[in-house]
Structure formats: structure tokens, C-alpha cells
Ligand binder design. Structure first.
Ligand code: G3I
Length: 317
């Protein structure tokens, strides 16, 4: 295949990337973004603090730029994200609202944002990062004020605003079988039993070089798919201690191939999105000093071995 997008498509899957709004004016960036990917996720511009920074003041400018980019390039859009404890403006997190008012705020936010793009967004991350590592639900203004029913309600509000969008719950460190993914499995099983409109589970997969088991990832994805849900790799990257060297880059390529291959081995795994494509734009160095080189293109937007690793994972080499 000539591109990642074509390689994914040959397996019936999509290949996505997160898009950094601030990079859309660079032709080197947009050339890769438009040709290599069939799906785009807003890295930041659809988050609550960006899209409703003050109460009842919605700002769709950045999201509109992403929608326009996707439309111009025949790409699907993955909406990220509606209810999340992070990048939440202070007026929500510190507002001191009671349950009734916060519920109305959440309903308004979801209804307005999902409604704005109804029929145009293929998937939404409705609830993001709801769990702690031990599988308990994460403390947040939503859990603390509304109780765990906030999760089911968020899906109901999103479904009401756009019945055609696929609605997902998304988290990190859930790709392997562990306490956190067990808790996710219990939660989504319960949501399905209650008839909550959930369609998919997103596995972020912010991975560390050499720390993974492809067979366990595959069987973990499979158990969720066996519930009848789509499963998707939503934010893949593979970070390493920098500087990178050839041996590390080669192992990284194998890891990308193995993870993509695990998705391809599961019928219900419908796509893979990487969390940006060029190392210069990655969130990793800011968050984990001394680590980086996590993406398939280098700081100069030259493809790394990981690029061929992804092709290999899709069976294209
Ligand atoms: O836009 C401002 C800019 O005006 C300002 O000068 C600059 C100074 O720090 O900050 C800029 O905002 C930053 C924003 O990224 C855009 O670059 C924020 O500080 C920074 O916190 C924000 O980081 C994002 C992070 O989520 C926030 O939690 C990363 O780009 C983004 O990649 C990351 O993505 C998350 C997913 O949403 C959820 N899963 C984990 C993933 C990685 O953390």
C-alpha cells in the first residue's frame, strides 16, 4: 500500500491521527495529515475548556477548522471529548453546583456540542478516563456531584443529540487484562444490560517501548468485541527514553506492528488512531521529560521504522 490509509482500508478499517489545530497552517503537516489518514481526532479543540470556556459561551472556531479539513480530505471525524475531568474549565469544576444544576449543565454541553455537528461526526468519546488504575471510578466533579449514573446519562444525552453518531467510552492503561480493564468490562456490560446507547470502547494505548503483550492485548480487545461493541485504538503512541537509536526504533516498529496486528486479528476492532504523527508535535516530552520519539514520523516529518511497522500490522508489506 502507498499510504497507511490504504493499508488500513484494505482490512476494512480506518487509520486516524490526532490533529493539532496550531499546525494546520503548515503544508508539510497538512500534506501528511490529508494523505495518510482516513480519520481525524481533535487533539484539543473539542474539549470542554476550548468549546465552552465560559457558561453558555460556545466557541466552535477550532472545531469548525477540523471539520472543514476533514471534509476537504474525505475523512471521518472522531469527536474528543464530552465528559472528562481534565481540561475542564473552572466554572464547571469549582462552580459548587448541586446535582440538578450540574446535570442540566452536562445535558446542555453535550446537547449543544453534539447537536452542532449532528450527522457529521462518526464517533464521540462521550466519557473519557472515568477510572482509576485500581478499577474504582475516578473522583471528579461529575462523580462526586452526580454519582456514577453520570456515565449512563452522558450517553443518553449524546444519543438524543445525534442518534447517528457512534458513542464510545475511552480510557488509558486498559489495553491489557488488568484491574482497570476488568472494571471497564463490568461497567460497559452493565450499561448494555440497562439499554444505555453505547456503541464502542476506545483504548488509548499510550504505550511504553517494550512494555506490552500483543497476545494479551488481542484477547482483551476480543472480550469487549464479544459483547457486541466496536473496539478502537484511539490514541496510540510508543514512547521511549531519548535519544532514540536504531535498535530502539526497530523495536518500536515491531511494537506498532504487533499492536496494529492485534486490532486486525479482532473482527470488531474497526480502526487505529495515533496521537499525532510527527515527534515534534507529541504531548510526550512535555509530560514525561526525558522521553519522546513516540510517533511514526520524526521531528522533521520523515517516516521512521514505525511507519513500516504500521503497514506491516495491516498486512501490507
Ligand atoms: O493553547 C495553549 C497555548 O496558548 C499556551 O501558550 C500553552 C502554554 O502551555 O498551552 C497551550 O495549551 C496546551 C494544549 O495542550 C495545546 O498545546 C495545554 O497547556 C496542554 O495542557 C495541552 O495538553 C494536551 C493534553 O491532552 C491536556 O490534558 C495535549 O496537547 C494532548 O495531546 C493531550 O491529549 C490527551 C487526550 O486528550 C486524552 N488522553 C491522554 C492524552 C495525552 O495526555
Amino acid at each position: 500500500a502507498a499510504t497507511l490509509r490504504e493499508a488500513a482500508s484494505a482490512t476494512g478499517r480506518f487509520m486516524g491521527t490526532a490533529i493539532a489545530d496550531g499546525r494546520l497552517n503548515d503544508p508539510t503537516y497538512t500534506n501528511i495529515a490529508s494523505t495518510e489518514f482516513s480519520s481525524v481526532t481533535a487533539e484539543n479543540v473539542m474539549k470542554w475548556e476550548s468549546i465552552q470556556p465560559n457558561r453558555d459561551q460556545y466557541n466552535f472556531a477550532g472545531a469548525d477548522r477540523l471539520m472543514d479539513f476533514a471534509a476537504a480530505n474525505g475523512q471521518q471525524v472522531w469527536g474528543h471529548t464530552l465528559v472528562w475531568h481534565s481540561q475542564l474549565p473552572g466554572w464547571v469544576s469549582n462552580g459548587g453546583f448541586g446535582a440538578e444544576e450540574l446535570d442540566a449543565i452536562v445535558q446542555d454541553h453535550i446537547g449543544t456540542v453534539v447537536g452542532e455537528y449532528a450527522g457529521e461526526i462518526a464517533y464521540w468519546d462521550v466519557v473519557n478516563e472515568a477510572f482509576n488504575e485500581d478499577g474504582s471510578l475516578r473522583q471528579s466533579v461529575f462523580l462526586n456531584t452526580l454519582g456514577e449514573g453520570y456515565i449512563a446519562d452522558a450517553f443518553r444525552y449524546a444519543d438524543a443529540a445525534d442518534p447517528s453518531a457512534k458513542l464510545c467510552i475511552n480510557d488509558y492503561n486498559t489495553e491489557h487484562t488488568n484491574a482497570k480493564s476488568d472494571a471497564m468490562y463490568q461497567l460497559v456490560s452493565g450499561l448494555l444490560a440497562q439499554g444505555v446507547p453505547i456503541d464502542c470502547v476506545g483504548f488509548q494505548m499510550h504505550l511504553i517501548l517494550d512494555q506490552y503483550s500483543a497476545s494479551d492485548i488481542q484477547s482483551n480487545l476480543q472480550r469487549f468485541a464479544d459483547l457486541g461493541l466496536e473496539v478502537v485504538v484511539t490514541e496510540l503512541d510508543v514512547r521511549m527514553d531519548v535519544p532514540a537509536d536504531q535498535a530502539k526504533l526497530d523495536r518500536q516498529a515491531t511494537q506498532y506492528a504487533d499492536v496494529v496486528g492485534a486490532c486486525v486479528a479482532v473482527d470488531g476492532c474497526t480502526g487505529v488512531t495515533i496521537w499525532g504523527f510527527g515527534d515534534a508535535d507529541s504531548w510526550v516530552p512535555d509530560t514525561f521529560p526525558g522521553q519522546g520519539a513516540a510517533l511514526p514520523w520524526d521531528d522533521n516529518y520523515q517516516p521512521k521504522p514505525a511507519y513500516n511497522g504500521i503497514l506491516e500490522g495491516f498486512g501490507a508489506t
